[in-house]
Design a protein around this ligand. Structure first.
Ligand code: ADP
Length: 554
């Protein structure tokens, strides 16, 4: 349906974005979205497609992906479980080791999937035992589809290995970096805004999770000494106690950890580069996934650092915990969620959801989307091939020109319910100020806009007459809706390098960008990563200027 300018009411400029939550979504997700001035989807009052963000803890149905609208985002990709189930991940990483050499993929501890790999495991176990002068390894046995440290067992002697479901038996990193004798690992947040073209952001802030009992290889069954899961340690006897060097509780922020490393002369930049390489190499291992538009995935990468400052990938979490156990959680996770919403790059036009001009089921006016948009959506439903995505991208460059000519449709103006805490929110006054200083609309567009003076402008009881001068006129007649990937900047059609504390780590250079444009050319990307790694090597010696001894002394 063609949209008439008359359908548009400037009051709608301040329409809020709408979120939809499935059951059991952590409370903080709702809180953050309300803080940002969003409203919650009401099934009884609103149309099925009348929302902008749907957040759930479990995967979406394929029909949800197929029926995705341009103004909507889903918080999961189809098949993300390929990386988050321990056995699937082990299999993918093993395949990559075989294809691209174990040196590049040696960040993942050797692993066996039981019972299938039982014979292989016995062979490895026996080989170690027979080699003279070699201390036998420790092993960790983890159920493949459990989380939060449940069902985990650490052993050295095979007679202690018992399992009654599919498990992964992984080499136990028995020389972890310790701070004041306590083991730690990193919960790194990674947001993939697209698998094709692969677009990866890592979050600069994050959580360091400590064990709450001192590390001791002679007590392998002490879970509070060997596992760093908060769900386990918060029930431990020492959780609330002050622990020398660590403090109370069991968490630090990355910022605190990095400052700590610097005090001891550790090259934390190099460590972070290595961690970023791990993230990229791991995600490459699961490509290609079915390509879906308008979704994103927040992963929790668990990284353990050993006493030589080598980072190891332990696992990748689906739905990383967003519950708030302590004030550090609140600081990190609240800002993380705000930054995710920023990363989703909503535009003002996204607030004009289909069938939502009048806002209620009864007597609503119809859609401000153009027919071109409808057909684009039909041709390119939620699931696309890489080639189709690439085509959409190029088609969208026309779109971007159009937007640029309009002075860029600004981000959605929302009225905030609460004043910001960690994240400054926009007030109505500041929105208006922003609008006043918006780039000038080209004169032709301006005169067109003038002729489209909106009925009711100036008559709204909610809005001063003057407002209509400043508000940009979403020109729905010209706004050809396409499935332009939301994660590309309007300016240059490239991924945005940084959003809040999210830093783009892939594509990391022009060659990587080209190699992921039309399908993912893993071989070329790996070649680029190898070049990167070789550049990182010379500073390896600098990694610990004063040695790790200060940190690792128990
Ligand atoms: P879960 O999904 O149950 O949390 P993880 O693989 O994250 O399982 O393991 C839980 C904890 O066990 C980790 O946070 C870490 O402290 C410890 N751990 C897991 N694997 C290893 C390993 N290979 N070496 C050393 N510690 C490990």
């Amino acid at each position: 349906m063609e949209v008439m300018a008359d359908d548009y009411d400037t009051r709608d400029i301040l329409r809020p974005l709408v979120f939809r939550l499935h059951e059991n979504v952590p409370a903080i997700v709702r809180e953050v979205l309300l803080e940002r001035g969003w409203t919650e989807f009401d099934k009884k009052e609103q149309d099925d497609a009348d929302w902008n963000l749907y957040w759930r803890n479990s995967p979406f149905r394929m029909t949800d992906h197929h029926s995705i609208k341009p103004w909507q985002r889903l918080n999961h990709y189809p098949e993300a479980v390929q990386i988050t189930r321990k056995d699937y991940l082990a299999r993918h990483l093993k395949r990559m080791k075989g294809a691209y050499g174990s040196a590049l993929y040696e960040f993942s501890p050797v692993a066996f999937i039981m019972p299938n790999d039982y014979i292989k495991f016995i062979a490895e176990y026996s080989k170690e035992r027979q080699s003279i002068g070699r201390r036998p390894s420790y092993w960790i046995c983890k159920p493949v589809d459990l989380s939060r440290g449940r069902g985990i067992l650490i052993f050295q002697d095979i007679k202690d290995l018992v399992y009654d479901c599919t498990v992964i038996v992984q080499k136990y990193i028995s020389n972890p970096l310790l701070i004041s004798g306590y083991k730690l690992d990193l919960r790194l947040y990674v947001c993939v805004t697209s698998f094709c073209p692969l677009t990866i952001y890592t979050y600069e802030e994050g959580l360091v999770r400590f064990a709450t009992e001192k590390f001791d290889l002679s007590s392998l069954d002490n879970v509070c000494a060997h596992l760093t899961n908060t769900s386990i340690n918060k029930c431990g006897a020492s959780y609330k106690k002050y622990k020398e060097g660590i403090g109370c509780g069991c968490k630090w922020t990355f910022s605190k950890f990095r400052s700590y490393l610097r005090i001891f002369g550790v090259d934390d930049m190099l460590l972070w580069q290595k961690i970023n390489n791990i993230v990229i190499l791991t995600l490459l291992a699961v490509t290609p996934l079915p390509v879906a538009s308008n979704c994103f995935e927040l992963f929790g990468f668990d990284i353990l650092i050993d006493d030589k400052f080598k980072p190891w990938l332990l696992e990748v979490n689906y739905n990383p915990a967003l519950c708030l156990d302590c004030s550090i959680d609140d600081t990190v996770k609240r800002k993380l969620l705000h930054d995710i919403v920023e990363l989703l790059n909503y535009k003002q036009i996204d607030a004009f959801r289909r069938n939502q001009v009048a806002g209620t089921k009864a007597g609503r006016r119809q859609v401000p989307w153009s027919t071109a948009g409808e057909s684009a959506a039909r041709e390119a439903p939620g699931l696309l091939t890489c080639r189709k995505v690439a085509k959409c991208t190029s088609a969208s460059s026309i779109q971007s020109d159009l937007q640029a000519a309009k002075g860029s449709i600004p981000k959605v103006a929302t009225l905030t319910k609460k004043t910001a805490r960690a994240h400054p929110r926009k007030t109505l006054t500041s929105q208006l100020r922003e609008k006043m200083s918006m780039p000038k609309i080209p004169s032709q567009a301006k005169s067109e806009a003038k002729h489209k003076q909106l009925p009711g402008a100036g008559h709204s009881p909610h809005k001063p007459a003057q407002l209509s001068h400043w508000l940009p006129t979403p020109d729905f007649c010209n706004y050809k809706l396409t499935t332009r990937p939301y994660f590309l900047s309007d300016k240059d059609q490239r991924p945005i390098p940084r959003v809040g504390d999210f830093v783009l780590i892939f594509p990391f250079n022009e060659a990587a960008l080209q190699a992921s444009r039309d399908g993912t050319d893993v071989k070329s990307i790996i070649k680029e990563i190898k070049k990167l790694v070789s550049k990182q090597l010379p500073s390896k010696q600098q990694n610990t200027k004063k040695g790790g001894g200060y940190l690792t002394s128990v």
